[in-house]
Design a protein around this ligand. Structure first.
Ligand SMILES: *Cc1c(COP(=O)(O)O)cnc(C)c1O
Length: 471
């Protein structure tokens, strides 16, 4: 027999040695997955693994153990993609980690409405149909001084909806320094185009004056749009009119002043040693007709976009066909309403995780970090280092909060587990249960205390013990 046909024979043997799907399902190691995932899912994954194994064999690669392979794939499927993680990055509003964790009470309110019927659109007293926005609208009005409010899917939707309602087919003035990209595909020029409005850029990249806006107004102009720059700042020779001045101009010329505030703080960040982030109340007081902001940035609630402003305008926004397409669901409404109530009761800093993290004094963080180090003392000699945490979420760019991290230097890690690099340790923590997300800086793994919820301290220590204690 020549070499070629001998190879063919071997190939055929390998292919024949692959088990059938029904055989795989009967294997004791696979049985628990059938229980946990259902037979249909296991069959689906087994077929994929077998097809891939066939391709490998035909490509002349060495055959793999399909049972081990299948187990690995099923294990991955078993873990929910959206499991809770421990955020030790030092970035408080971390978009990749789901932005703001909501308060305990907000989470419970969301759970309650999710698993029961709720009086979403019914007036209980009269039994007649009611508006789903009546509660949040009233709360928003009390908190911001605006006449009314509306909650939609997110702030991108809020801005698009407002522009679509009032500016479609007309032009909108935006300062050249504010025609920005926020990230994740949200670009002011694109959103304007999508709404059917025409963008008229005024001023220059660094300096824009009221007269630049005034000179650009024509019969076609519908509004002035002011945009919070969010994730960058311009410094040096710069100028941008106050919102109040823009309001005066807009109203003198019968235009709307629309403000995309981005983060939408209700509390003054300056109280916590940060730069002052413009608040919603200030924007309303300055004369903005409509203000849009996110629910899950500095507000600290679930994902939502919030619009506040004059009653008559909010009603027009609500009637636009797009409003239905981007409306908030009952869980987001319940979570947002409860979050707003924390502000009304004056307990936002204690109850809302984002604000609690911002407000925690650095001494308290040092103390927690010490406790972490002590709890790990028998496993590894960790260091306590000063770091800088950030607010994130496109608010306060360049601003930092003093913070503290548990530091594991490369040398210490390698001493404990020979061959374990900093990056590999970071990876093992990420794929652990629960996943812990730290950051690697100058050959150290840093676990920042400020963004770790205190109730997760124990889980974090256990996660570290597991990856550092080779069994
Ligand atoms: C974050 C942000 C948005 C987008 O808000 P989402 O809630 O993420 O949709 C829009 N505009 C500004 C100025 C922002 O900072």
């Amino acid at each position: 027999m020549d070499e070629r046909s001998q190879n063919d024979l071997q190939l055929q043997q390998h292919l024949r040695s692959l088990p059938a799907v029904s055989t795989l399902l009967q294997i004791p190691e696979i049985q628990p997955f059938v229980q946990a995932l259902g037979e249909r899912a296991v069959v689906h994954v087994a077929q994929k693994v077998l097809a891939a194994a066939r391709r490998r064999i035909l490509a002349g690669e060495s055959p793999l153990n399909v049972v081990t392979w299948l187990q690995h794939e099923l294990q991955r499927l078993l873990r929910p993609r959206l499991e809770p993680v421990i955020n030790a990055t030092g970035v408080i509003i971390h978009t990749n980690l789901g932005r703001a964790p909501v308060s305990e009470e907000a989470a419970l309110a969301m759970l309650e409405v999710a698993r029961r019927y709720t009086a979403l659109e019914i007036e209980l007293e009269s039994g007649r149909r009611g508006g789903r926005m009546s509660e949040v609208s009233r709360l928003l009005s009390m908190l911001t001084g605006a006449e009314a409010g509306l909650v939609v899917n997110n702030n991108a939707a809020a801005v698009l909806l407002v522009l679509s309602t009032f500016c479609a087919g007309r032009s909108v003035l935006v300062s050249r320094s504010q025609a920005v990209e926020i990230g994740g595909g949200f670009r002011i020029p694109d959103v304007l185009r999508q709404s059917g409005a025409r963008l008229i850029e005024v001023g220059t990249t660094n300096r824009t004056y009221v007269r630049d806006y005034a000179e650009a107004i024509t019969d076609d102009t519908a509004a002035i749009l002011s945009v919070h720059r969010s994730n960058f700042r311009i410094v040096g020779f710069t100028a941008q009119p106050e919102l109040r001045e823009l309001a005066e101009l807009a109203h003198a010329r019968a235009l709307l002043l629309i403000e995309d505030l981005g983060s939408g703080a209700l509390l003054d960040t300056a109280v916590f040693g940060l730069e002052h982030e413009p608040t919603v109340q200030e924007a309303i007081a300055a004369g903005a007709d409509l203000v849009c902001f996110s629910g899950d940035k500095l507000l600290g609630g679930p994902q939502a976009g919030i619009i506040v402003g004059r009653q008559e305008l909010i009603e027009r926004v609500e009637r636009h066909p797009l409003a239905r397409a981007v409306r908030a669901d009952k869980t987001a409404l319940a979570g947002t309403a409860l979050t707003l109530r924390h502000y009304l009761r004056g307990e936002a800093v204690e109850k809302i995780p984002v604000w609690r993290m911002i407000a925690t004094p650095v001494d308290a963080l040092v103390e927690r970090c010490r406790a972490w180090a002590e709890a790990l003392a028998d496993v590894i000699e960790a260091e306590i280092v000063r770091t800088e945490a950030t607010v994130g979420g496109g608010s306060l760019p360049g601003e930092t909060l003093p913070s503290v991290a548990l530091a594991l230097p490369a040398a210490t890690i390698a001493q404990k587990v020979p061959g374990l690099s900093v990056d590999e340790l970071a990876r093992r923590l990420r794929i652990g249960q629960p996943p812990v997300i730290g950051r690697v800086e100058e050959d150290n793994l840093l676990l920042d205390v400020r963004t770790v919820l205190p109730e997760q301290d124990e889980a974090l220590i256990q996660a570290l013990r597991r990856v550092l204690q080779p069994t």
